[in-house]
Design a protein around this ligand. Sequence first.
Ligand code: GMT
Length: 373
Amino acid sequence: MKIGIVCYPTYGGSGVVATELGTSLAKRGHQVHFITYAQPMRLDRFQDNIFFHEVEMPNYPLFEFQLYSLALAGKIIDVIKYENLDILHVHYAIPHAISGYLAKQTLQGISNVKLVTTLHGTDITLIGLEPSFLPLVKFSIEQSDAVTSVSRFLAEKTKTGFNTDAEIQVINNFIDTSVYNRDECPQIRRKIAPNGEKILMHISNFRPVKRVTDTVLILNEVLKSVPTTLVLVGDGPDRAEAERLSRELGIADNVKFLGKQNALPEILSAADVFLLPSQSESFGLSALEAMSCGTPVVATSMGGIPEVIVHGESGFIAELGDIQRMAKYTVDLLTNEKKWRIFSQNARQRAIEKFETSLIVPQYEELYKRLLV
Ligand code: GMT
């Protein structure tokens, strides 16, 4: 099949999922065309069957604001027409599903391309509900040839939030468990925690929904009984606030900000517990990455998180903002070696048995095939 993939290339989990999906489909013999405004982050070397089409933004003095949705639609039209796409798969509804619809309509009678929209998170739970976007998101969902969501929670939320009967297939996010594998490197551990401290970790884009400052508050509680270092990986608007809070609490020496990192499996393998105190999370890809590396997760019960982490088996789940409980669960794992080992094995096992790439990517392939008969 010839498949076009539209995604955000550099920011967030939806781009990671789209890139990994495209890479995997290419390895399975499909021709994959990425259509984005920049080279997708994880697409940094030559791979057979993969092509990249950059959306160019025309500048014109009359346009005070950039017309990205239209420029994207224009590029999609080109790629559908000249590469003869069978499937156009857009990730994150705004504006990708709308641009995809526009391109498809423009080519009516010329192309039979099928439009697949994958809903990822705030396109449904936050920004998509803005009055100026809601009717367009609803329309683009209803006009897609197929719609998928990354969790059951998100499928339900779409139906209620947008008052739609559109069929939504749940296809979970996935992980390459051979890449995300616990490979403890004593050097990394020594660098992060030179005095044998335990290691907590959080990885995100530090947006307010991630509640990064809660990880600092949890550390503050944990430090009352266990010498611990908190490693914060990523960057974003709430980094300064997390830095300020750790200084104010007098624990700045126990918090290491690594910034954006690519070597996630190595870094995750050094962690004892992964923290995900999010306020909203349709799936929680970073939790799955941690689990695949055998790192148990302490998280909130928001959104699709309970579909990923089994409370009391592969991690612990607490109410949003319940710092005391999250700290208690964390200390429990840090101080009970036997329990940690069981949770670590369960976490890895769950990633392999439920979310391994080879189980999930064929579900997308089947969906595409169904649309093309
Ligand atoms: O929806 C967002 O906030 C952005 C999106 C992204 O691009 O990172 O994140 C969502 O998609 C991820 C991949 O499917 C999920 O793992 C995240 O849980 C989800 N984020 C939220 O729901 C906040």
